[in-house]
Design a protein around this ligand. Sequence first.
Ligand code: UFG
Length: 318
Amino acid sequence: MRILVTGGAGYIGATAVAILLEKGFEVTVLDDCSTGHAELVAPGAKFVKGSLLEKADVVTALEGCEAVMHFGAKSLVGESVLKPEIYWNTNVNGTRILLEAMRELSIKKIVFSSTAATYGEPKRTPITEEDETKPTNPYGSSKLAVDYMLTSESIAYGLAAISLRYFNVAGAYKSKSGWLTENHNPETHLIPNVLGATTENPLKVFGTDWQTADGTCIRDYVHVTDLIEAHISAIEKAIPGKHSIINLGSGGGYSVKEVIAAAAKAVGREIPFMATDRRPGDPAVLIADISKAEKVLNWKPTRNLEVMVQDAFESQKA
Ligand code: UFG
């Protein structure tokens, strides 16, 4: 079976490409390389350098595909507040064009990268898929809009669709051609920033006065390899005419200070850090209820925080 991976040159998409190929799937990548890196795409995948916003590119990329893993998106929360139009265009309009092309070519299965940002500031934790969705930024709103789009598409046209709502994706995958490192510019994610911290450029801890045990924010980290295994299961389990929304996390949380301690252990040195103001829009605690993923996808993450930090470190060294 050939799968189109949109955003296949990004950190998560490239990991999907490598794992799919190793499992015997055929893969086409569609990526405009605006934030991705072509060199991350595993040899063996067909690469279409093009945009979700150009229907001709999408149609070319869909040739011979039976399903789509849709990672291609803009994904910086801060940028989405400053330039929301980019998020509505790429994430929502780009997906609209993708679905239109899939409809015309009778490709009826999609697994979509949704996000915990669709929930906004949660009223309770762990968060279930039934909980209120009230995004606090255009990034989350744009992903929620696509979730609604997929529901209507499945009802109207029999699409088999699963939205996977990621919590905090971390770690790295060592493919046959090497480590697939997380490499964003600018880097905003905690673990790469922790590993890159130096005495001259210490990690900024965004707030130490949160209502948590050590005063720092708690997040639910999931290894990128576990995450992709859930996507492959989703491709197998998606049902025609149905759109399911499923959280992907570990079901547990770690504070920023706990992540720093785990990283210090992995790298064998102290991590220099300094407390700064809270980052606007950050909720105090985000933890996923993953019982639906366990039930529907028959999936459970197996790699803990220590493995995530260790793999992130090894991949950065390489
Ligand atoms: N943090 C720091 N210093 C940093 C980076 C992060 O203290 O340099 C803290 C943040 O305040 C937060 C935690 O570390 O408490 C994790 O931050 P990340 O930026 O790594 O991840 P987020 O939880 O902000 O973001 C993740 C996804 C987003 C998604 C969001 C949903 O990466 O795509 O969850 O809330 F939108």
